[in-house]
Design a protein around this ligand. Structure first.
Ligand SMILES: [Zn+2]
Length: 367
């Protein structure tokens, strides 16, 4: 009896100290737990509405073929998004249905991009069929073509071989886009760290830990450099086609390299969907890049989470210091605003998109 009472007293006294040592200065803490509250006191801004009306050129809405678009437009209005480019238009009858639903409700608030159906590539007449389909989709209201990352990753031809981004069987499609004067927004590969060892040196460790299916290797399906080079070869082979490289072509973390690529390929534009944290961690480099390429950068976001646009406005419009990104698995670091001047901001928000994407209602934007 005495003995167990003594044990209870010892446990009661010692336990809080064990807990303290696990989280305190003597124990180790894991990366996901560590979330320090910044003690820095500097002026900051919460911007839920952009300074000028803007066009989001990288958005995905799958259910736009039917039903009311009212709540979607309300979300857009709240943040000053005048036009949303829905890259998930599909093709054929589903695209036609989507275009009709938009036309009936908010004709000038949405732009739809078509997608290619790669099924059967390698069979006789596939290319002709795909080109005809695209032409028809444009007649039905598509104003651009979006190529998903499945091209390069998982699209296989009828022989079971990986279809490369610069496959000659696709050449006629890029040519047709030039003829129709529609841009091609293309996403190739993924961030380069997805190919690197999953260890303590990998900047995307947390993303790969929480999204294991995103991990790639030199043979799954090919080295990162191979995929990116395929894309650049294709861009160069079709100088009359306007391409928008999604996610800054995965070179937002190497603007010096992107600078030389854009100089080399005048038909290529970029959008910063999902890579704003890369720009926010290098405000001086980003400012000079935006100054040099102010006519080639478009506003894109990708995932549709209305509350997250504030992060983009803050990086672009303010000179705020040391503020967080909204997803730790994209960026565990803090960011700085690049405070773009109004003339560049207007180009990025809408003027560049108005120039390269057809049929956007110009009256929605200031001159
Ligand atoms: Zn996307």
């Amino acid at each position: 009896m005495h003995k167990s009472l003594l044990q209870l007293i010892i446990i009661t006294l010692v336990t809080p100290q064990i807990a303290l040592s696990q989280n305190g200065n003597t124990g180790k803490m894991d990366f996901e737990t560590y979330d320090p509250v910044s003690t820095l006191r500097v002026p900051g801004h919460t911007i839920t509405k952009s300074k000028f009306p803007f066009i989001d050129v990288h958005n995905h809405q799958w259910g736009m073929g039917s039903g009311s678009l009212e709540s979607l437009v309300k979300d857009m209005d709240n943040m000053n998004m005048q036009v949303m480019v829905n890259l998930s238009g599909g093709n054929g009858s589903s695209l036609e249905k989507m275009a009709e639903n938009v036309k009936e409700q908010y004709a000038n608030r949405f732009i739809i991009f078509a997608n290619i159906n790669f099924d059967g590539i390698g069979s006789d007449g596939w290319t002709n069929k795909a080109v005809k389909q695209l032409q028809q989709d444009v007649q039905h209201g598509a104003n651009g073509l979006k190529i998903f990352k499945n091209l390069g990753f998982s699209v296989k031809d009828t022989d079971g071989k990986r279809v490369t981004v610069d496959d000659v069987r696709l050449d006629a499609i890029w040519q047709k886009c030039a003829e129709l004067k529609i841009p091609v927004l293309i996403h190739t590969a993924d961030p380069a760290p997805f190919w690197e060892p999953l260890d303590e040196h990998n900047e995307r460790w947390l993303e790969l830990k929480t999204h294991a299916q995103r991990k790639r290797s030199a043979t799954d399906p090919a080295p990162w450099e191979t995929l990116i080079e395929e894309q650049h070869r294709m861009f160069k082979k079709h100088p009359n086609t306007t391409f928008i490289a999604a996610h800054f072509g995965w070179y937002a973390n190497n603007l010096n390299k992107l600078d030389s690529l854009l100089t080399d390929m005048p038909n290529v534009y970029v959008e910063f969907g999902a890579v704003i944290a890369e720009l926010g961690r290098q405000p001086r480099e980003a400012t000079s890049f935006f100054t040099k390429y102010q006519d080639r950068i478009l506003f894109g976001k990708d995932s549709w989470v209305p509350g997250e646009y504030a992060t983009y406005f803050r990086v672009l419009e303010t000179e705020d210091e040391y503020f967080p990104y909204h997803k730790k698995y994209h960026a565990f670091w803090r960011m700085y605003g690049i405070g773009l001047p109004d003339d560049i901001l207007k180009k990025v928000y809408y003027k560049n998109a108005l120039r390269i994407i057809p049929n956007i209602d110009k009256s929605l934007f200031p001159g």
